[in-house]
Design a protein around this ligand. Structure first.
Ligand code: AMP
Ligand code: MG
Length: 337
């Protein structure tokens, strides 16, 4: 007899991760590993090789960490998209293999929706506006009529990708976001009353949409023109995060919703968390953010969404189990409360 645990496999980009939820959908921390290229950005094929090499070790680890055997697993969920094709295929292949071997259902899920559902589960919020700020994605999302709709999004690169590229240009390896946060804090420590004068950057909010490549070029120019690197890191965060918070606030105003939920790797940043809290406080709303291990890409959120889908009658046949690099947030029907 199959067990009651749902296993989740995440492999959309640089992270390969297994996670679990129990029979009630309660999450357990993931077993993950992230490829950190010594230079340049993520090469999809190298990331895929990394994922394949680590899959057996991480699978054993998640079982050992939770004192389980394969027979305790009753369903396998995996990220079906969006993401890098070569990376997605490794997770899908692992999922098909384990599901066929154990003879348990397979559930291909939407990675972006998984960020929302783990956040709702962790923070106990009901009907939030999701501000999804990650490496590859920047979207403001709200649930309306059985779908998570994208109300606004980046028109060029993801905010995390922008931070990583800016950092890389100045010799900081991937992931650059956490280092930029540290540098900005150093600047604040030396300048308790900082001014944006001379550090202004373009502020690209287009209606409900955002853009980040112009702000990155302008930040690079400030550094070339001799502005202290720490000061530019601070200014870059202030401008880029304020743009995201502005769109999220407009989404609250348009929809009448009263909760913001942060998700994605950039939501690990304390400054964007604080900005969101301040904005929400000012308009009588509430701001929520899951623990950092559930902001970054993780298998547990995939397991959680797989569990929800399974409990509402959806599984994925082998024939339908192909990956979809371009899967959109609003393509996935949401049938659970
Ligand atoms: P994800 O794509 O959701 O796995 O998140 C990875 C992205 O989050 C990368 O672009 C990182 O630079 C970014 N990131 C992680 N921690 C932080 C942080 N503390 N501040 C800003 N960005 C971060
Ligand atoms: Mg993600």
């Amino acid at each position: 007899m199959a067990g009651e645990w749902t296993l989740g496999i995440e492999s959309t980009a640089h992270t390969f991760s297994f996670g679990l939820v129990d029979g009630e959908g309660k999450p357990r921390p993931s077993a993950s590993d992230t490829i950190r290229p010594s230079e340049g950005g993520i090469h999809p094929r190298e990331a895929a090789d990394h994922h394949v090499e680590l899959s057996t070790t991480l699978f054993s680890k998640i079982l050992e960490d939770n004192d389980l055997t394969p027979s305790d697993i009753g369903a396998i969920a995996y990220s079906q998209g969006p993401g890098m094709g070569a990376c997605l295929r490794t997770g899908a292949a692992a999922a098909r293999t384990i599901s066929t071997h154990l003879n348990v259902p397979l559930i291909g899920v939407n990675h972006c929706v998984a960020h929302i559902e783990i956040g709702r589960e962790q923070c106990g919020c009901d009907d939030p506006i999701l501000l999804y700020v990650s490496g590859g994605n920047t979207q403001v999302i709200a649930r309306l009529d059985g779908r998570y709709r994208v109300l606004g999004e980046t028109l060029d690169i993801g905010i995390g990708n922008m931070l990583d590229k800016f950092a890389r240009k100045h010799g900081i390896p991937f992931p650059g976001g956490p280092v930029i946060e540290k540098k900005a804090l150093e600047w604040l420590k030396e300048n308790p009353n900082p001014s944006l004068e001379g550090l202004e950057l373009p502020y690209a909010v287009h209606g409900m949409d955002l853009a980040f490549s112009g702000i990155m070029s302008a930040a690079n120019k400030l550094v070339s023109n001799g502005k202290p690197f720490e000061a530019v890191c601070w200014s870059l965060q202030e401008h880029a995060f304020a743009a995201c918070i502005e769109v999220a606030e407009r989404a609250l105003a348009h929809t009448g919703k009263t909760e913001i939920l942060l998700g994605g790797g950039v939501a690990c940043n304390q400054r964007i968390r604080d900005m969101s809290s301040i904005m929400c406080e000012e308009r009588g709303a509430s701001s929520h953010c899951p623990p950092r291990m559930y902001c970054i890409d993780n298998g547990t959120m995939i397991a959680r969404l797989g569990w929800l889908e399974l409990n509402h009658g959806r599984t994925t046949s082998l024939l339908q189990s192909g990956i979809d690099q371009e899967l959109r947030t609003d393509q996935t029907p949401i049938s659970w409360p």
